[in-house]
Design a protein around this ligand. Sequence first.
Ligand SMILES: NC(=O)c1ccc[n+]([C@@H]2O[C@H](COP(=O)([O-])OP(=O)(O)OC[C@H]3O[C@@H](n4cnc5c(N)ncnc54)[C@H](OP(=O)(O)O)[C@@H]3O)[C@@H](O)[C@H]2O)c1
Length: 308
Amino acid sequence: MKILLLGKNGQVGRELQRSLAPLGTVVALGSKDERWPSDFTQPQSLRQTVEALRPQVIVNAAAYTAVDRAESEPEQARRVNATAPGVLAEAAESCGAWLVHYSTDYVFDGSGTRAWTESDAPAPLNVYGQTKLEGEQQVQARCRRHLILRTSWVYGRHGGNFIRSVLRLAAEREELRFVSDQIGAPTGADLIADVTAHLLRSVTRSEIGTSEPAGIYHLAAAGETNWYAYAAYILETVRAHPRAPALRARRLDPIPSQAYPTAARRPLNSRLDTRKIQQRFDLALPDWGEGVRRLLEDWLQPPVIPHS
Ligand SMILES: NC(=O)c1ccc[n+]([C@@H]2O[C@H](COP(=O)([O-])OP(=O)(O)OC[C@H]3O[C@@H](n4cnc5c(N)ncnc54)[C@H](OP(=O)(O)O)[C@@H]3O)[C@@H](O)[C@H]2O)c1
């Protein structure tokens, strides 16, 4: 099976390079690939790449993810998050390929306390969420064999994310404050990549030639937390480790979102109901804390080159 992976350098893209490898031949492209057009700000050029490679599967992990910057660059965000996925979807449809595309909890307005299901009406609060929603709509409309995976609060080994920010701030400052009224589930890029490979194995093997499992699925780790409790968990886990680095942070305080103004409004309720993906694909999603702990333990290991 030939798989075209776009966005190979992102948090999820890096993990997909690993998880997709056993499924077939992976052509992995970053935004500046010299062999094939892969810049999402030039959406039409992506058609040429798909037509030349004719993959059976396209996995799109590229996105404009700078949530606050998107407020002042809506057109750029829209090209990358909506127009380009639409072109990819059309090209996938014409070569009969499956298209995996990622989306976000930010398509919802964050009202209420119930976990959002796939059939709930989206109502994004910010430009990023709006352009991601438009991307979903483009993909749904143009490619029958699509899997749209909405995820939340992504962290990974590579790239900038909340865990890195907490550790950096805790090394620099004595007092830290984090928002405690936004609720969601931190989700590892490794989990997202592993589940993607599982889904692709299922749709390309058993249901080959049908688009029946196509659709939107919520994919997030189990459980829930808020940014303040998440930061506390990170610091407790690091401090309990025998190789804990020196941290200056002495005090951690919860604050409401209103006390931390940002260019883009964030939803308060980012809970995603993941029953559909678990039931349809026979999966069990682990608790968010397990993945965070594993990543921290890996980072705290001494660098060792194994020898026999
Ligand atoms: N991060 C989160 O908390 C979060 C939450 C919910 C959903 N998601 C969704 O999950 C998916 C993966 O997110 P992530 O955290 O892995 O993102 P990420 O680490 O920010 O990586 C995004 C990748 O997109 C690529 N990209 C950006 N602009 C591009 C352009 N003009 N042309 C081609 N590629 C471009 C970049 O490629 P280069 O590095 O090669 O330039 C980058 O590696 C995205 O769809 C995102 O919307 C993320």
